[in-house]
Design a protein around this ligand. Structure first.
Ligand code: 4NP
Length: 162
């Protein structure tokens, strides 16, 4: 069984495409292709169809990651389709939960920073209106969070509960 991860931010042009492409990099490194797959989406529709933000892509490239994909908006059907849904911040989390008023999928929906092993942050800060250092920090934080998340997902795949 394939485990499907969905990363969610506001615009789907900065944080969540970074998380998706960092996770794909880790999946390839650990030779887990086909076992764990990922996608990303935004709670807002402003940037639907756009490629990742060029400032975010430059920061990712500095760490050896190429950002691929086009922005799309989160749909209610995504909650059924994905096993793990990872919000970058609490606003994103609220936007995701709003699509699940009955709470059927609440146990799949988490803040990605819960999986950080080296950083204390509770949220991935929105870099959109800031400078280059903010974009670099998003990549650094997501590398930590995605590494911890992948380890956790693999443990969950081995345990009988999921
Ligand atoms: P993201 O960043 O949610 O990480 O993709 C943002 C992208 C666009 C906007 C805000 C944050 N915006 O206001 O257009």
């Amino acid at each position: 069984m394939t485990t499907k991860l969905l990363f969610v931010c506001l615009g789907n042009i900065c944080r969540s495409p970074s998380a998706e492409n960092i996770m794909n990099h880790l999946i390839a490194q650990r030779q887990l292709e086909g076992e764990v797959v990922c996608d990303s989406a935004g709670t807002a529709s402003y940037h639907v169809g756009s490629p990742p933000d060029s400032r975010m892509a430059a920061a990712a490239r500095r760490r050896g990651i190429t950002l691929k994909g086009r922005a799309r908006q989160l749909q209610a059907a995504d909650l059924e389709a994905f096993d793990w849904i990872l919000a970058m911040d609490r606003d994103n989390l609220a936007g995701i939960l709003a699509l699940d008023p009955e709470g059927r999928y609440h146990d799949r929906i988490k803040l990605i920073c819960n999986f950080c092993q080296h950083h204390q942050d509770q949220e991935v800060p929105d870099p959109y209106y800031g400078g280059e250092a903010g974009f670099d920090y998003v990549i650094e934080l997501l590398m930590d969070a995605c590494d911890g998340l992948l380890t956790h997902v693999l443990e969950a795949r081995r345990s009988p509960q999921r």
